[in-house]
Design a binder for this molecule. Sequence first.
Ligand code: SAM
Length: 306
Amino acid sequence: MTSTRYDGDTWDLASGVGATATAAAAARAIATRADGALIDDPFAEPLVRAVGIDFLTRLATGEVPAEDLVEQVWIDVAKVRTKFYDEFFLDATNAGITQVVILASGLDSRAYRLSWPAGTVVYEVDQPRVIEFKTRTLTELGAAPTADRRVAAVDLREDWPAVLRAAGFVPAQPTAWSAEGLLGYLPPEAQDRLLDTVTELSAPGSRVATESKPNPEPGEEDKTKQRLHRISEHWRAHGFDPDMARLRYFGERNEAAPYLTERGWALNGVSIRNLFAANNLPPLTDDDMRMGDMLYVSGALNKTAN
Ligand code: SAM
């Protein structure tokens, strides 16, 4: 099972890594409709529909019951993850941070659905075809941003800070950053570079939120790949072939939380397992991918000067 990834590869929302953003939005659409919903993302369903991957559209619209096609845990992770980042951004901006950067924004509609304090500027960074599609589709849907939304259409393995600055980003101002569902799609050295760059571009008082996955135990990655492969095969039978095991970069990498801590960030982390418990979701069973150990981390930069 070899990776299909290479330096400089590109995609839209229906192909390669881009389709993972559409799948994430489909999970949010289902989670939004769930009883006692923890999240509300009204744009998820129309965005997925607009991308046009038939399997994901049927899931997102509820035309086929999610329980027939996906594991409940996939939906439950979307619930706690979306809630975690929503709360992170609202806390940061209500505490006075006016500059927000959503790295790998995909079909994230926070710039259109959160109640941002007046004066908040939200930058979205993703590959050009992803950014262009979402901007155009939400405009066609009549949606208006709830903040001053600006875009940086650029690959995060390239010189994205130059594009971000050109869009108006001011490094001297505190920033609230997120990297949600991104790190595993970057090669290990690109992850380090990204976290270094975020730190360099952060004025004192900046905040960050991301995921930190513990390094795998021996044999664990093979199980993960097999599981992803099984899920892909199941979905392929319904006409969608994401080939998930080949999209991610496996192997040793620096864990994000300690890496950021060494660079001056004071972080708190909460595991998916604990978030499930805190939100009264059923506990993870059969957790051979050790998903429950994944940490959502957030915190502030302690440095006093750039
Ligand atoms: N953060 C969004 C969410 O949670 O719904 C999207 C997550 S999706 C799993 C991964 C996203 O990372 C996609 O939107 C993809 O385009 C973006 N991405 C991955 N590698 C990237 C890169 N090298 N440059 C720009 N974007 C990248």
